[in-house]
Design a protein around this ligand. Structure first.
Ligand code: GLU
Length: 489
């Protein structure tokens, strides 16, 4: 009922296009999106491109691509903050007119001097309001003389209190807040002014962003009030930390969303993982569909403590998502990495399509990254595989290996039909006949067929390789042993 009676929520994601979409930004976008979808609200994408020197179109593209890849769709925008400059300046001038803002003629040099002096006294420097109450004649004279000035907000006395959606009641002493600059000496609006101006004009009801913006919130609330507007609700999401509990940064590895795509992560897995960075849907649930996340999302489940970015967990989750994918979808996903590994051929999409889908089905339980399919598929697509040295030494170099592989080859040559069950009984019968353990045949066979010590079930491997492929690889391994060990089995 409460949901019905409240005005339609309007939230925004407001990245500055000065870098790629990183996981912190993506998580902020995602929480805004979940909230909007949960409440039937509107999700607005606003590009805060006012820092012309540091913003670029390429980064705007990168942010849009990252959001699209994750499936975070916006309902309005992208709106470009730079196009609203007129409104920002107009609001600043209105505040000046009302006396809520004043011109400050202090030069950077004078400010710097006074800052140093304050610090030398052991004080925290905050603008000392030298220009806050200039006598009218002096103010006029300096203005008429063309002295450069910026426009500062006059922070009122008292306290600024708000109820954070995540942190609960939060209170700031206004005396701790500097008279912030609204318009720089060159007339350009600052972040806090532009942000509040746009949030008012876009009728934003909930500002959901990272903890690093908490200190801006009281300033923005004061600006709202000075402009006669009702502040929105604010919710600050906990910082994302690396495993060392320090703020997540490049030092911890990939931070840009598209790097995860290149590394073999699925967008739905990263989405799910990011959603749980600071939010818990309850019941220890970890794998959730988007619909379930939307349904379950609420700020009650958002924690206020830093959330650790655990790559191991993300990789595990990715594996779970891969297992759920039908082979037909996997085929399209793995293609780029197969091409890169030189393993792609037109046949995989044409006459060998069914075989290829079976292979992907066989491999998918063991793969945690999209890119791992190419690695694991190699033994099936080429006969000239490399044997892992440790695997070869242990299982191909053991006494009698050549003889056992030859016997296995002969047994498999007669198996009919050449399927998983018949291969298995042929191998077990042979082991009994030779008086060896099945493992004494399975281990060398695994190395001969896949080059590795671990692989999917060996009989399934044989069945997919087919009789010809299996025998060719067994022969090749026998030759390898004979050449490598001087011909003595
Ligand atoms: N452009 C700001 C940022 O990227 C937006 C902050 C906000 O959401 O108000 O951090």
């Amino acid at each position: 009922m409460a949901k019905m009676s409240m005005p339609q929520p309007r939230v925004r994601f407001a990245p500055s296009p000065t870098g790629f979409l990183h996981v912190g930004g993506a998580r902020t976008a995602l929480f805004n999106w979940l909230y909007a979808r949960n409440t039937g609200g509107i999700f607005i994408l606003r590009i805060e491109d006012t820092d012309v020197a540091r913003s670029s179109e390429e980064m705007v593209r990168a942010i849009l691509d990252g959001l699209a890849w994750l499936g975070i769709t916006h309902d309005e925008g992208p709106l470009f903050q730079s196009s609203f400059r007129g409104q920002h300046v107009a609001k600043a001038r209105a505040m000046e007119k009302e006396g809520a803002a004043y011109r400050c003629f202090c030069t950077p040099e004078r400010l710097e001097q006074r800052r140093r002096a304050a610090e030398a006294r052991g004080d925290v420097w905050r603008y000392d309001r030298e220009c806050a109450a200039l006598p009218e004649p002096e103010f006029r004279r300096r203005l008429d003389a063309g002295e450069p000035s910026c426009l500062r907000f006059r922070v009122p006395e008292g306290r600024t209190v708000y109820d954070d959606l995540v942190h609960g009641p939060t209170s700031f002493n206004n005396a701790d807040i500097e008279d912030l600059v609204l318009l720089r000496t060159d007339g350009s609006p600052t972040y806090n002014l532009s942000c509040v101006s746009d949030d008012i004009d876009m009728r934003i009801t909930h500002v959901i962003r990272g903890d690093d913006h908490i200190s801006n919130t009281p300033k923005q609330i004061l600006l709202y009030r000075a402009l006669g507007a009702e502040p929105p609700r604010f919710g600050h999401l906990p910082l994302i930390l690396g495993p060392d509990k320090k703020r997540l940064s490049k030092r911890h590895g990939a931070v840009s969303v598209m790097e995860y795509s290149r590394a073999g992560y699925l967008p739905e897995a990263l989405f799910n993982f990011l959603a749980l960075l600071g939010w818990s849907p309850g019941n220890d649930r970890e794998i959730l569909t988007k619909a379930e996340m939307i349904e379950a999302f609420s700020f009650e489940g958002v924690g206020s403590r830093g959330a650790v970015f655990d790559t191991e967990k993300l990789t595990w989750m990715n594996g779970e998502y891969l297992k759920m994918k039908p082979a037909t979808e996997l085929a399209a996903l793995v293609r780029p990495s197969f091409e890169e590994a030189g393993l792609w051929s037109a046949g995989l999409e044409a006459q060998r399509r069914d075989w290829f889908l079976k292979l992907l089905e066989l491999l998918k339980d063991r793969c945690r990254l999209v890119t791992e399919f190419a690695r694991d598929a190699r033994p099936f697509l080429t006969e000239s595989l490399d044997y892992e040295p440790v695997a070869a030494a242990r299982h191909l170099g053991s006494p009698g290996a050549v003889g056992r592989l030859a016997a296995l080859r002969d047994a498999l040559a007669r198996v009919e039909p050449f399927d998983e069950a018949s291969c298995e009984s042929a191998l077990r019968e042979l082991a009994a006949r030779l008086g060896v353990k099945a493992g004494d045949l399975i281990h060398p066979a695994r190395v001969a067929l896949t080059g590795r010590m671990v692989s999917p079930g060996i009989f399934a491997v044989m069945a997919i390789m087919g009789r010809e492929g299996t025998l060719a690889r067994l022969n090749r391994a026998a030759r390898f042993i004979e050449e490598g060990s001087g011909g003595t089995p």
